[in-house]
Design a protein around this ligand. Structure first.
Ligand code: ALA
Length: 708
């Protein structure tokens, strides 16, 4: 092992640099992909109420707590959560609590870097025009995306030689480690100083582009279906003709009908074999066809998702009251039978079961189902209720609003206050705040530990938070959803949002949107380029805490610590890349580490600050060199409100999600293996902390009091 002297203490080069580095850590994929989807899905403008509550009572207070505790730990010569906790709370277990602050960033890095590499690949492919031939064919993009990331089967990136994405992954991995190797100031700070302004400029360009988009003509339903059902080649050959007003030409219509029939038959056959599910946005009217219903039946029998659930809901609606129908539409995005079971109403539950039986027993040549509009009219449902249902129900088109930016923004932001009574909205908004601000990750703790004693933390913390919020709400909220609306219309936007897939939005829907814009290819380069930069500035912050731990725990030099961490994270990331089927491993890590552990670390930190260090002492510490004063009310907030808010959210979240996640573990397979591997890694981390603690006992540490 190492020499017994501390490596020279690293420091930030400038005040602006540290703010940009923390903001860079915060601004990431969450701002541009995750946020717009969540906001649009959970009440639009109304989502901002729980969101700002979470910002005020969780995000900002915990951010100040992390900055303050990090800087204090740094004064004692510690930069990692185990070391920092060991000086903040003189208790033998405190360094072990810090193991969570190491585990979270390292494990999130393992899958985050893979997603970054998708962005790099897309940016490069657009740059070299590789997507030109796809035109606006959603099917081609979706197919390409699923195949490229290996969503179809484990190991598929290596099935026919090495897939191109793997090289992009290695490049992305290497870029991260090269920057980290260069050190805190020369590496991270310098990179963020360039990358953050660049990505903000790219985002501003995209915002201006979206806000100045002219109204787009609405496509007729079959036109929309067409782009999804024919090959990329056929699509590009037809594209020019199809945007002409002669769309209704009889030969065009019969071609489309034939293609639809072919597509439906093919999928019905595959679904019957249990081979596939039809998760793509289906062609309009698909379920009204005999083949569509056959797909749904086969999927129900095979316990698959896809169209089964859409059919299920259509059938179920027949037996429900209006309110129940709307509630069902809201739950529909979950696309899981488990979710339907959460409808706490025996009538609805019975209707769901009955619908299942009806679909299973229905003859192949079923009667066409009534459209929702007809159904509503016949039930005498008023316009406002119908509008709400229209806004929330998936995959069923009620109307296509004129495709203007104003309507797109309205779709994104019009408040739906009814959502506020839904506990899920409060959970999701809190989760978004944590993810987006990188709060509770253990990374702010680490970054702040490199500050000097009297460097301001209060205003800096707030500035980094404000930068993140600007990028999230003002930029992230203005691009993806409004642009999707303008080019793809109401139904597709609802569909994308209800599927709740961040990846679907970014990598399959938006490419279709770019295809419709003049100079779209270059806007796509800007989009994926900005996602890539935003991703890197975040993932760098996930690596630094472990580097700091290896250096201060074992006295390793930078080369050794970077190599050690590179080795461990490469193994984890390769597991994510290899076990890519339906991104199951990635999602399991995200659930247990990227959500569950974040709640725990946030809780530990706020308790340490408010109850162990104590409010008086904590606030005194926070205000050392501070350039603004924390309002007094925050003493009360940090001590009582934040822990209570966290606890309620955590328990509700566990209650809501844990049974399904535990059931997945019990099924065995990759989920179980992933969880076992994570537990083993966690145990290993704690062992290394044990060794480090022994080392620290015998090592002289700078005294906080004498440090300048
Ligand atoms: N805060 C980072 C993001 O938003 C992790 O992506």
């Amino acid at each position: 092992m190492a020499d017994n002297t501390n490596p020279p203490k690293e420091e930030w080069g400038s005040k602006l640099g540290v703010i940009l580095a923390v903001a860079g850590s915060a601004v990431g994929l969450g701002n541009f992909l995750r946020f717009p989807g969540k906001a649009a899905d959970y009440g639009g403008g109304a989502f901002m109420i729980p969101y700002f509550c979470a910002l005020l009572f969780l995000g900002i207070p915990i951010c100040w707590v992390e900055w303050t505790m990090g800087r204090r730990g740094g004064r004692f010569g510690f930069n990692s959560a185990p070391g920092i906790f060991s000086v903040l709370w003189k208790n033998p277990i405190s360094p072990y609590l810090g193991s969570i602050g190491l585990m979270i960033p390292v494990v999130i890095y393992m899958y985050y870097v893979y997603i970054e590499s998708w962005c790099l690949m897309y940016a490069c492919y657009y740059l070299f025009g590789a997507f030109d031939e796809f035109g606006a064919n959603t099917y081609a993009f979706s197919d390409f995306f699923n195949k490229s990331i290996g969503a179809e089967a484990d190991g598929s990136l290596f099935a026919n030689g090495i897939a191109p994405l793997f090289w992009f992954f290695l490049a992305t991995f290497l870029i991260n480690f090269v920057v980290i190797y260069r050190g805190l100031s020369r590496g991270i700070e310098t990179f963020c100083k360039w990358a953050l302004p660049m990505l903000i400029v790219a985002a501003l360009v995209l915002v201006v582009r979206v806000l100045t988009l002219p109204e787009q003509p609405a496509a007729s339903p079959w036109q929309r279906g067409l782009s999804q059902v024919i090959s990329a080649d056929e699509w590009s050959a037809l594209r020019d003709r199809l945007i002409q007003p002669t769309l209704g030409a009889p030969e065009g219509v019969s071609l489309i009908k034939a293609k639809l029939a072919e597509y439906c038959q093919q999928h019905a056959h595959d679904a019957d074999q249990g081979k596939t599910t039809l998760l793509l946005a289906p062609p309009v009217g698909f379920l009204e066809t005999a083949a569509g219903l056959a797909v749904a039946r086969a999927e129900i029998r095979n316990e698959k998702r896809g169209q089964a659930f859409v059919a299920w809901i259509q059938k179920t609606r027949e037996a429900l009251s209006t309110d129940q129908k709307i509630e069902l539409g809201r739950l529909e995005r979950k696309q899981s039978r488990l979710e339907y079971k959460k409808i706490n109403d025996p009538v609805a539950v019975a209707a769901i079961e009955q619908a299942r039986e009806t679909i299973l027993k229905s003859p192949t040549s079923s009667e066409p189902m009534p459209s929702l509009t007809e159904e509503m009219q016949s039930l005498g449902i008023d316009e406002a209720t119908a509008k709400r249902a229209q806004h929330r129900s998936a995959a069923i088109e009620l109307a296509d609003l004129p495709r203007t930016v104003a309507n797109g923004l309205g779709y994104m932001w019009n408040p739906d206050f009814k959502e506020l009574s839904n506990p899920e909205v409060w959970l999701e908004s809190a989760g978004q705040i944590f993810f987006s601000l990188s709060v509770g990750f253990g990374v702010i703790l680490n970054y702040a530990s490199y500050l000097r004693r009297k460097d301001d933390v209060v205003l800096s913390g707030l500035s980094a938070t404000a930068t993140n919020e600007f990028c999230e709400v003002c930029l992230g909220g203005m691009v993806a959803i409004p642009a999707t609306f303008v080019f793809l219309g109401t139904a597709m936007t609802i569909d994308v949002i209800n599927k709740g897939s961040t990846f679907g939005l970014g990598f399959t829907t938006l490419p279709t949107v770019f295809a419709g814009m003049p100079w779209g290819r270059w806007f796509a380069v800007a989009w994926f380029g900005l996602l890539f930069l935003a991703g890197i500035t975040s993932s760098l912050s996930m690596l630094q805490p472990a580097i700091a731990f290896l250096e201060e725990g074992f006295g390793l030099k930078r080369r050794a610590s970077v190599a050690g961490l590179g080795f461990v994270t490469l193994i984890g990331a390769l597991a994510v890349v290899y076990f890519s089927h339906e991104t199951t491993v990635l999602s399991t890590m995200d659930y247990w580490v990227g959500t569950f552990m974040i709640y725990m670390l946030a809780m530990i930190q706020v308790i340490l600050f408010g109850w162990v260090i104590g409010m008086e002492e904590g606030m005194k510490e926070a205000h050392l060199g501070a350039q603004m004063t924390i309002p007094r009310i925050f003493r009360f907030v940090i001590k009582y409100v934040t822990p209570a808010y966290l606890l309620i959210i955590f328990v509700a979240w566990l209650f809501q999600n844990a049974p399904a996640e535990v059931a997945k573990i019990r099924q065995g397979g990759p989920v179980l293996v992933t969880v076992i591997a994570m537990v083993a890694f966690f145990a290993f981390l704690n062992l290394t902390i044990y060794l480090a603690v022994r080392e620290w006992r015998g090592r002289p540490r700078p005294s906080a009091e004498v440090e300048a």
